[in-house]
Ligand binder design. Structure first.
Ligand code: UGA
Length: 435
């Protein structure tokens, strides 16, 4: 078992640290935020992630999982240091490496033993070489440092499950020995390990996210055509997905992707291409299609309702997907801005993302504590996030609570025949309403 430090306790760093401790390693998670570290020492996760508190608590109790704000303490006598700090997006779409730079300086100052640096953060191709160079240049103690790119494929909302059941662990190492150590560390997960070079590993991460985003924009475009020609996107996606070469996953049409990864990583990859004299035409279309898709419900509402001025519109769901309180790049941001701009009176409800929503959604939206309150007297309702509690609603609530039962569903939550028999006026994505 190895002694491991993890720098950065966002969802990638924290879940990585907790999972590595759960398979028996001695893990110290480092974060500069004192308040957050104190909470984590008490076994409380600062992020909403199903199952995380429980796994944290059992490893803290077993004495394998520690939290500190001190780099000196955190980096002391570690075999491996995982970097999991954020790489936010700069205005031009490139990744901001400010936090990476800070970590390289901290590592160079404090490591006093040979160490392997493992990068979990999503970083532009070539960044691991840069990290290694920076650390070596500034080292205080003459120790050996190796680098491994080990990109993360966790999904928010199922990150703990994914950590133990992922499809692959990618290890891109600068030496066979360093790669062997990281492969060994991960062995107890029982997940297949794919070994490659550092730059290919960095590229695998971007290419994977860009490909998944492409699948979503592709199916959304097919959905838009289905609406025009009278086909049903769900049947089309099912029929396509039966071909193993296509695969059935990530073919759910909807209001477009959001989150902290796809929007940022697609833009960063397009920028990486541009910086290397390559115009990534396909990816740029994927990004454009996604932005347009965020407007699809508002456009439909304007066609059906005419002017939205003074109309009471309920928004159900604000998070970029269910099981998370993350509002980053959520389609709800674009939708609420458009509705407010059109003069609508907007009332919103989300099971857990409302605190975060208030920070990013423009002023003017009224927040309420239940679906029923949101629907009360509404002229129309928009579903933005497919939370189970919305999918499981007794559909009579729309008729009972709303002024007019008019439903615009951005996530295809309901069966067309069921809504038709509930006498709801229903518009979804890529499906024509049943008369
Ligand atoms: C995504 C990837 O799935 C992870 O593998 C990756 O590790 C992560 O980004 C990352 O780079 O950190 P995440 O952003 O948590 O994970 O969420 P997803 O479940 O992939 O969903 C992303 C967006 O696509 C959501 O807005 C979701 O509603 C949308 N989506 C997904 C669709 O519209 N249709 C689909 O069929 C699937």
């Amino acid at each position: 078992m190895k002694k491991i430090a993890v720098v950065g306790t966002g969802y990638v760093g924290l879940v990585t640290g907790v999972a590595l401790s759960d398979i028996g390693h001695d893990v110290t998670c480092i974060d500069i935020d004192e308040h957050k570290v104190k909470r984590m020492q008490e076994g409380k996760s600062p992020i909403y992630e199903p199952g995380l508190d429980e796994v944290m608590a059992r490893n803290i109790e077993a004495g394998r999982l520690h939290f500190t704000t001190s780099h000196e303490e955190g980096f002391n006598s570690k075999d491996v240091i995982y970097i999991a700090v954020g790489t936010p997006e700069k205005e031009d779409g490139t990744a901001d490496l400010r936090f990476i730079d800070q970590v390289t300086a901290d590592i160079a100052t404090h490591v006093a033993d040979d160490v392997i640096i493992v990068t979990k953060s999503t970083v532009p191709v070539g960044t691991n070489d840069y990290i290694l160079k920076k650390i070596r240049e500034r080292l205080i103690h003459k120790v050996t440092v190796n680098i491994v790119s080990n990109p993360e494929f966790l999904r928010e909302g199922s990150a703990v499950y994914d950590a133990f059941h992922g499809d692959r662990i990618v290890v891109g190492a600068d030496s066979k020995e360093a790669g062997d150590v990281i492969e060994d560390i991960n062995k107890p997960f029982g997940i297949q390990v794919y070994r490659t070079d550092v730059r290919s590993a960095e590229m695998i991460k971007y290419a994977s996210n860009a490909f998944l985003a492409t699948k979503i924009s592709f199916i959304n475009e097919i959905a838009n055509i289905c609406e025009k020609v009278g086909a049903n996107i769900e049947d089309v996606a099912t029929g396509m997905g039966m071909d193993d070469r296509i695969g059935s996953k990530f073919l759910n049409a909807g209001i477009g992707y959001g989150g902290s990864c796809f929007p940022k990583d697609t833009k960063a990859l397009a920028q990486i291409a541009a910086n290397n004299d390559h115009h990534f035409e396909l990816l740029e279309s994927v990004i454009r299609v996604n932005n347009q898709q965020h407007s699809s419900l508002t456009t439909k509402a304007k066609t059906v309702m005419g002017s939205l001025k003074g109309k009471k519109v309920a928004l159900l769901g604000l998070a970029f997907k269910p099981n998370t309180d993350d509002m980053r790049e959520s389609p709800a941001i674009a939708v609420s801005s458009e509705l407010l701009l059109a003069g609508a009176d907007v009332t919103a409800y989300d099971p857990i993302a409302m605190d975060n929503a208030k920070k990013v959604i423009p002023e003017g939206v009224t927040y309420v504590d239940s679906t029923e309150e949101a629907l009360a007297g509404a002229d129309a309702v928009f579903i933005i996030t497919d939370w189970p509690e919305f999918k499981e609603l007794d559909l009579s609530v729309f008729k009972e609570k709303m002024a007019t039962p008019l439903l615009f569903d951005g996530r295809n939550c309901y069966d067309l025949n069921t809504v038709a028999s509930a006498n709801i006026n229903y518009y979804s994505i890529g499906r024509s309403p049943v008369e």
